[in-house]
Design a protein. Structure first.
Lengths: 372, 192
């Protein structure tokens, strides 16, 4: 039996084309003939593999067709979307990825900027309000201007050696004698932060003073003349009033808002000071920087207060610390100090005309020059 | 996709068993996007996705045909697991796989051979043998064994004088295929 014949037989057997007789014969033959059995197995494997392979190929073709079909179906949907995805520029992708973070950062930044601006604004207005409403009347000296003037003068004098030019100091205010033996009163804010303080009156008397007592609450300072040339202020013409002055009292002051002494007159407009401060009077005297520390006299020439400042946002509202407080610290000074502190008890001004009063007074009013 | 509601997993499997092309097509189109998404998001290309998915379908399909499919979950899950495992294997071969792709737990099919190496080898040998066989043998065998055409049809198509001639020709072709096939693939014990 050739191989071809054997295959034909095997195929017929496997396909079930044989009659029962033939099939049983073939089966018997298979058992006896190992070559036939081997061929049969080979045939089965070969055709089986071939068929499986064929099925698989067929399936693959079908799937390829399905895939192509599917792509054709979805293509119109995908295609318009694809270019958008791919053509997204980098910044756009970055933006999409970080939009939230950036939004948060931006809002924080904006918030910070505006709150900073707002608080600066608020702070400024608060500061302004304070400075605007109340100002201390010490004068910042126009140093440069004066130096310039001194130089010009020197040239005009044909280059003669100029007189020892006196340093005008950084600040100036006004002050007045408290006792004959050299105690002197001014506002504390005039001399604060000072290195050295000099006082100078209209006659050209110039003395060095030192601070011996200060009262920050009532803005008062008591100084003492330490100059060796100093002997006495002379007999004081005024007395210090112990009691509060009456409302409407005619009052006046002498001060140095500029290089020369300036007289200012008005009335006592309130018995309390800035923001209801009962330690001060409100007075209606036009005052300027440099008036601070000046004496406030009533009509009879009694010292009733010490000029301290004025309110900027109100018309004609200036303030002076009541003399009662000056007296109380003077009393303390008296008890503390070893040196003699005696107050003048006799007012020599009362009953005199204003001009006469001023003539007597002017020797006791000094310009306070502060150096620092 | 209006038909979607009609297709349950059971009806799909039944359809595939009966060689219903619509069932296969529906299955393919329904699950391809899922697998494609998985592979595309794990350093694969769309061509690779297509290959892997078709391989997965093939496994599924042949298991249905063999009747060896034991489906303990949805087809979707099964296909996903198979394709995932195929892709991991491929990645490992490409040495591109590093670390875990996803930590989700899928039905373990690890003990189930997806596509036995043996069968793969057999098929590749068969493909080579068929290619070497040449015409008209190849077409003749394909017509008879794969498309199950009758000898009468084949006789007419190839212009043989009668069916016996055609049959003889077929056996000759089968002999040649046998030689080519078993030359490269030897499993059957040789005759003693």
């Amino acid at each position: 039996m050739t191989e071809t014949e054997a295959y034909a037989l095997i195929e017929r057997y496997l396909a079930g084309d044989m009659t029962d007789q033939e099939a049983s014969d073939f089966e018997a033959q298979l058992l006896q003939d190992p070559i036939l059995a081997h061929r049969s197995r080979q045939f089965e494997e070969l055709t089986g593999t071939l068929q499986q392979f064929g099925r698989r190929q067929h399936l693959k073709q079908k799937m390829a067709a399905i895939h192509a079909d599917m792509e054709a179906e979805t293509a119109p949907e995908i295609l318009p979307a694809q270019p958008v995805l791919q053509s997204d520029p980098k910044w756009k992708m970055f933006w999409k990825a970080h939009a939230t973070t950036m939004a948060v950062a931006a809002s924080v930044a904006i918030l910070t900027v505006f709150s900073t601006l707002f608080s600066i604004q608020l702070w400024n207005t608060m500061g302004k309000q304070q400075t605007i409403r109340y100002t201390e009347l010490r004068r910042e000296v126009e140093k440069i201007k004066k130096n310039q003037r001194a130089i010009n003068r020197a040239f005009n004098q044909n280059q003669k050696t100029p007189k020892n030019e006196i340093n005008p100091g950084a600040f100036s205010g006004t002050g007045f004698a408290l006792t004959e033996n050299g105690y002197f009163v001014t506002s504390y804010h005039v001399i604060k932060d000072s290195d050295s303080v000099y006082i100078e009156n209209k006659n050209g008397n110039r003395f060095k003073v030192i601070e011996v007592y200060k009262d920050l609450d009532h803005d008062l300072a008591i100084l003492k003349v330490t100059d060796p040339n100093f002997t006495t202020f002379g007999s004081l013409p005024y007395t210090v009033a112990n009691t509060d002055a009456e409302l409407g009292e005619k009052v006046y002051t002498l001060g140095f808002p500029r290089e020369d002494m300036v007289f200012g007159e008005g009335s006592l407009s309130s018995q309390s000071g800035f923001e209801g401060d009962t330690a001060a009077y409100q007075i209606s005297i036009p005052l300027n920087p440099g008036n601070s520390g000046g004496p406030l006299f009533d009509d009879k020439g009694n010292l009733i207060g010490v000029i301290s400042g004025k309110q900027l946002d109100a018309q004609g509202a200036a303030f002076a610390t009541k003399s009662a407080y000056l007296m109380s610290i003077a009393q303390q000074l008296k008890s503390d100090s070893a040196t003699r502190v005696s107050f003048n008890r006799q007012n020599t001004l009362s009953g005199r005309a204003r001009k006469q009063q001023l003539k007597k007074l002017k020797d006791f009013i000094y310009m306070v020059k502060v150096y620092n | 996709m209006q038909r979607a509601a009609e297709h349950t997993d059971e009806s799909l499997i039944a359809g595939i068993r009966q060689d219903d092309d619509r069932a296969l097509s529906y299955l393919y189109k329904l699950h391809y996007p899922m697998v494609a998404h998985f592979i595309l998001s794990n350093s694969g290309t769309s061509d690779e996705a297509k290959d892997i998915f078709q391989e997965g379908i093939l496994v599924f399909y042949e298991k249905i045909k063999d009747g060896t499919l034991e489906l303990t979950c949805q087809i979707k899950t099964y296909l996903y697991s198979v394709c995932r495992r195929l892709w991991l294997k491929k990645l490992a071969e490409k040495n591109r796989f590093s670390g875990v792709i996803d930590s989700e737990n899928f039905i373990g099919l690890e003990d189930e051979p997806v596509a036995p190496e043996e069968t793969e080898l057999k098929f590749s040998v068969m493909e080579q043998a068929m290619n070497q066989l040449g015409e008209p043998c190849r077409t003749l065998l394909e017509d008879f064994y794969l498309q199950a055409r009758s000898m009468q049809d084949i006789t007419e198509k190839f212009g043989y004088t009668n069916a016996d001639n055609a049959k003889n020709q077929k056996y000759k072709c089968l002999m040649r295929l046998k030689k080519l096939f078993f030359a490269a693939y030897k499993t059957v014990a040789p005759a003693q």
